[in-house]
Design a protein around this ligand. Structure first.
Ligand SMILES: NC(=O)c1ccc[n+]([C@@H]2O[C@H](COP(=O)([O-])OP(=O)(O)OC[C@H]3O[C@@H](n4cnc5c(N)ncnc54)[C@H](O)[C@@H]3O)[C@@H](O)[C@H]2O)c1
Length: 60
């Protein structure tokens, strides 16, 4: 089966970081998009690719 990649916006926040944990545990590739306004990089599972962003239209 083709590997699926899921983008989690706000993935360093309270709800988003839990979503990331669950998705990684289910075997998905996960990309986190978060500007760290209220989130914390350390809350994110180490596996996902990380994409910090200052706006909704990041250059990453
Ligand atoms: N221990 C607990 O029970 C606990 C702890 C924290 C929060 N809460 C509750 O959880 C809720 C809040 O959780 P949440 O996950 O919705 O909020 P959050 O603030 O934790 O997460 C939102 C995430 O979105 C990011 N973000 C915001 N604007 C962005 C933008 N323009 N571009 C990219 N990223 C952006 C923030 O940096 C943050 O990481 C509240 O109801 C709060 O009371 C509970």
């Amino acid at each position: 089966m083709k590997q699926q990649t899921i983008l989690v916006t706000g993935g360093a926040g309270f709800v988003g970081s839990v979503c990331v944990e669950l998705l990684v545990a289910q075997g998905y590739d996960v990309i986190v998009l978060d500007n760290l306004q209220t989130g914390n990089r350390r809350a994110v599972h180490p596996k996902p690719a990380w994409c910090a962003a200052a706006s909704a239209t990041p250059a990453c």
